[in-house]
Ligand binder design. Structure first.
Ligand SMILES: Nc1nc2c(ncn2[C@@H]2O[C@H](COP(=O)(O)OP(=O)(O)OP(=O)(O)O)[C@@H](O)[C@H]2O)c(=O)[nH]1
Ligand SMILES: [Mg+2]
Length: 234
């Protein structure tokens, strides 16, 4: 099974790849792939994109600033996609800090297509719980998870990280806050609420701490459910 881990800068993607990988390794064979050409992995990567492209070298070679070099890096990485997709009980893919480098590039499109054609694949959209303390921010995270699903074509689990520091809003609290709110923004939020039903959050909110190894049983249970439903479809 392939698990593509996406999320905002600093949401804990690399920590999750390292620690959830260790958790899975108790029962399965696990591979880790670093797709972040700008950062050395904090775990042992079976495949490291930096063996093919290093962003700091691209800056130098092409005289580019950091953003241009990151875009150039994923463009060059496109030539190595077959070497970047592995077969294992679980293959965990760590993506670059900048979400758009995966979601809005041809590299991301081709990579997602390759995953869709290779074993069972799903995406995790990792959210920093601290950024989901208000209804506006909570719903923004849900919509971004839907965008991840649409752009990658993969079933996507929204996972709230860093819950050792902050818990995300519960659905009942979210509804309560929206109903209490006033003004156009609150009205808009209310009309958006049914979107919630389209996401995995309808069944449960997955709350983890990638750093403290908590919530991994729930995460693994949700992944297994997706695996089963994909099995039914195939
Ligand atoms: N308290 C707490 N800190 C965490 C948790 N997960 C990650 N962190 C910390 O958050 C920071 C960013 O973690 P990373 O794993 O590097 O996040 P990332 O999404 O890979 O970051 P980029 O690749 O730069 O986008 C680090 O200092 C981690 O130690 C968590 O569950 N709880
Ligand atoms: Mg990282």
């Amino acid at each position: 099974m392939n698990i593509l881990i996406l999320g905002h800068a600093g949401s804990g993607k690399s920590t999750l790849v390292k620690n959830f990988g260790e958790y899975l390794e108790e029962n399965y064979s696990v591979s880790r792939v670093n797709l972040d050409t700008a950062t050395n992995p904090i775990y042992k990567a079976e495949v490291d994109s930096r063996n093919f492209v290093k962003t700091e070298e691209i800056m130098e070679k092409f005289g580019l600033g950091i953003n241009g070099a990151l875009l150039k890096s994923v463009e060059l990485l496109k030539n190595h996609i077959p070497e970047l997709v592995l077969k294992d009980d679980f293959a965990l893919y760590d993506t670059p800090g900048q979400l758009e480098l995966f979601l809005y590039t041809n590299f991301g499109e081709i990579f997602s297509e390759k995953l869709r054609g290779n074993d069972i694949s799903l995406a995790i959209f990792l959210v920093d719980s601290y950024l989901c303390r208000t209804p506006e921010n909570f719903l923004s995270a849900i919509f971004q998870s839907v965008v991840v699903s649409l752009r990658t074509g993969l079933q996507t689990l929204t996972v709230f990280n860093k819950t050792d520091l902050e818990k995300p809003l519960s659905f009942s609290k979210l509804r309560e806050l929206i109903e209490k709110g006033e003004g156009v923004l609150s009205e808009m939020l209310e009309t958006l609420l049914p979107f919630y039903d389209l996401t995995s959050l309808r069944y449960r909110t997955i709350e983890i701490s990638a750093e403290k190894f908590t919530g991994f049983d729930e995460l693994s249970g949700a992944i297994n459910e997706i695996q089963c439903s994909c099995g039914d479809l195939s």
